[in-house]
Design a protein around this ligand. Structure first.
Ligand code: NAP
Length: 261
């Protein structure tokens, strides 16, 4: 199937590893010029080189997207590279775990800035050109916690729901301009972040990482973690002109993990 993506441009926030890198590699394989943004330059160089070795076009920009100043620097640099960005992938590191009973106002303020404002600011910068050209894609990497809040992850549960509803609202405002806005809900994927989380959990429970992984995989109907490539392919399809009729959607990619519809 020709996804008709060749020649398009995408900014992949948090594109140097994990799900972001999976998306970037998949899109680049379809002829999209991907602009990777994250903090660590070595990881950025590595992923950009991997994409280039696979025949794709990748440019990287080092920026810390957890503050508005960092996001603005990234936008300015991006605008020096290209006037139009066709696809925005809103992704990044996840928030720290914690229960709803321990309230820390400073942490909530900081995480609101880190989780909501980057994709909103990026959209604000590139949406007018998308609307003018009658094509644009905004895709958020979220979590199944939007549909089924996960115990002990109150920041993720609350802030990701806020972002998903921002996206839903936006999708209705820009639908007639050829711009779609969708939220992807990953379940459990093989990434650095999940490996780190599993190590911490295994230590807490006094079991091996392999045992913990087995427990987690047993909970997933397809019986395994997903790969970043599998995640990337779904994002790439949604980014394509072929997915023009999918907007305002919350899409689980979770091997059947969610119990509700
Ligand atoms: N993997 C899963 O199974 C899963 C499930 C549910 C939800 N999620 C969510 O999906 C998102 C991606 O997860 P992942 O597993 O792919 O994580 P990951 O492997 O840790 O990758 C995160 C990416 O974001 C970048 N990043 C982190 N903080 C940043 C910052 N302040 N500014 C710019 N870039 C930043 C990282 O690069 P640098 O560190 O170099 O900046 C990296 O490229 C997270 O929000 C996570 O909570 C993942």
């Amino acid at each position: 199937m020709d996804l008709k993506l060749s020649g398009h441009s995408a900014v992949v926030m948090g594109g140097s590893s994990g799900l972001g890198a999976g998306i970037a590699r998949s899109m680049a394989a379809e002829g999209v010029h991907v602009y990777l943004i994250s903090r660590n330059t070595e990881k950025l160089q590595h992923t950009a080189a991997q994409i280039q070795a696979e025949g794709g076009k990748a440019t990287w920009i080092a920026a810390d997207l957890s503050s508005l100043a960092g996001v603005q620097t990234a936008i300015t640099t991006l605008q020096e590279h290209c006037n139009v960005i066709d696809i925005i992938i809103g992704n990044g590191g996840g928030p720290p775990p914690g229960p709803a009973t321990s309230f820390d106002a400073a942490l909530w303020k900081q995480q609101t800035e880190a989780m909501l404002l980057p994709v909103m600011s990026m959209t604000d910068a590139f949406l007018p050109a998308m609307r003018k050209q009658k094509f644009g894609r905004i895709i958020m990497v979220s979590s199944t916690s939007v549909a089924e809040p996960i115990p002990g992850l109150v920041l993720s549960n609350a802030l990701r729901s806020a972002l998903a509803n921002w996206g839903k609202t936006l999708s209705r405002e820009v639908g007639r301009d050829g711009v779609t806005v969708n939220t992807l809900m990953p379940g459990r994927f093989d990434t650095d972040r999940v490996a780190q989380l599993n190590q911490t959990r295994a230590q807490k429970q006094g079991i091996s990482v392999a045992e913990l992984r087995q427990q987690k995989e047993n909970e997933i109907p397809v019986g395994r973690y997903g790969s970043p490539e599998e995640f990337g392919h779904m994002a790439t399809f949604l980014a394509s002109p072929l997915a023009a009729y999918v907007t305002g959607a919350l899409i689980p990619i979770d091997g059947g993990l969610l119990r509700s519809l």
